[in-house]
Design a protein around this ligand. Structure first.
Ligand SMILES: Nc1ncnc2c1ncn2[C@@H]1O[C@H](COP(=O)(O)OP(=O)(O)OP(=O)(O)O)[C@@H](O)[C@H]1O
Length: 312
């Protein structure tokens, strides 16, 4: 667990982060959202001490980060920044293997790990491994940055807008990959994003920053249903609110027994998927497939609306 307690940072007269306390439970993703200049990056960089706080503490599994040698702290925390920060004179493969090399892994083990990660992030090892960062597209370079951060299997990752340069399709895939990797590794991740939809899709917890302060921290559902301040409400978007909540709820949340006409919704669909299908087909009831492919039941429009409002 990462415990942030009363963390503050001023730059001259500028209050970048003011008295922020936040807990990141082990094995969860926390998404930090907020307007530009609200202190998101500064908060993140104080965790691996790229920026020294003026006040407050960060504890990792109970140990104050000031007691951990800087190199050890940085190597134990994967770090991804928007402009990827790759070493320009190193090949892609060498960039990805940088931390394992520093840690003294055997050469064959590094090569195997680099290849594994490149395949995971859909980077062709033969074609792209020998290239230099300037020979990559922005999206490829970002994925190399993510691969590099994952290389030594860190238990913690800090990611500052890691998917900013990706097109919407690859961005969605990269998010799904990140969640899969995170679940497999049990890593604790803090991700900074401007995009509330991305925060909702990724975060077990969402932390909203406003003018250096933490406006609200909670689960995606708590943030949507009970925004604590006008800024949180504005970031969710008044017109998006209902859909954002439905997108968090599986069809199982409104399932009733019975049968209905038409193609069954997959068991993994959300209530937003169900409502979208209803809008297009005009149906008010849809069949839902069970995980084993057999009919599981029906989802009805009125139940979707009730679930979207947060009604029991
Ligand atoms: N090294 C620095 N020197 C002076 N001021 C800084 C420095 N770094 C950040 N700031 C200021 O601190 C405030 C918070 O910056 P920070 O980068 O943490 O915000 P952010 O929420 O990450 O913004 P963005 O979304 O635009 O990246 C801003 O007003 C910024 O101008």
């Amino acid at each position: 667990m990462i415990e942030i307690d009363g963390l503050s940072k001023n730059f001259g007269a500028e209050r970048a982060v003011a008295d922020v306390s936040l807990r990141l439970e082990t094995g969860t993703i926390t998404a930090v959202v907020g307007t530009s200049g609200s202190g998101k990056s500064t908060l993140m960089r104080m965790i691996n001490r790229l920026i020294e706080p003026d006040a407050g503490t960060v504890r990792i599994d109970g140990v104050d980060t000031r007691e951990i040698p800087l190199t050890e702290l940085r190597r134990s925390i994967g770090y991804v920044i928007q402009d990827h920060g790759l070493f320009p004179h190193w090949s892609v493969a060498r960039n990805i293997g940088a931390v394992p090399a520093l840690l003294g892994w055997p050469r064959e083990e590094i090569a195997a790990r680099v290849e594994e990660l490149m395949r995971l992030l859909r980077l062709d090892p033969e074609r792209l491994g020998p290239r230099y960062p300037h020979e990559l597209s922005g999206g490829q370079a970002q994925r190399v940055g993510v691969a590099r951060a994952l290389a030594a299997r860190p238990r913690m990752m800090l990611m500052d807008e890691p998917f900013g340069a990706l097109d919407p399709v690859i961005r969605q895939e990269a998010r799904a990959e990140l969640v899969a990797i995170q679940r497999a590794l049990g890593a604790t991740i803090l991700i900074v994003t401007h995009d509330m939809a991305e925060a909702m899709a990724l975060g077990d917890q969402i932390a909203v920053m406003d003018g250096g302060r933490l406006a609200q921290a909670g689960t995606p559902a708590e943030i949507v249903l009970r925004p604590a301040t006008p800024l949180v409400r504005a970031l969710i978007g008044e017109s998006e609110r209902g859909f954002r909540h439905l997108a968090l709820l599986p069809v199982a949340a409104a399932l009733t027994p019975g049968a209905a006409e038409g193609e069954a919704l997959p068991a993994g669909a959300t209530l937003a998927d169900a409502l979208s299908r209803m809008i297009w087909t005009g149906a008010r009831r849809l069949p839902v497939a069970a995980a084993d492919g057999h009919g599981a039941g029906v989802v009805a429009l009125e139940d979707i609306l009730a679930a979207g409002r947060g009604a029991p």
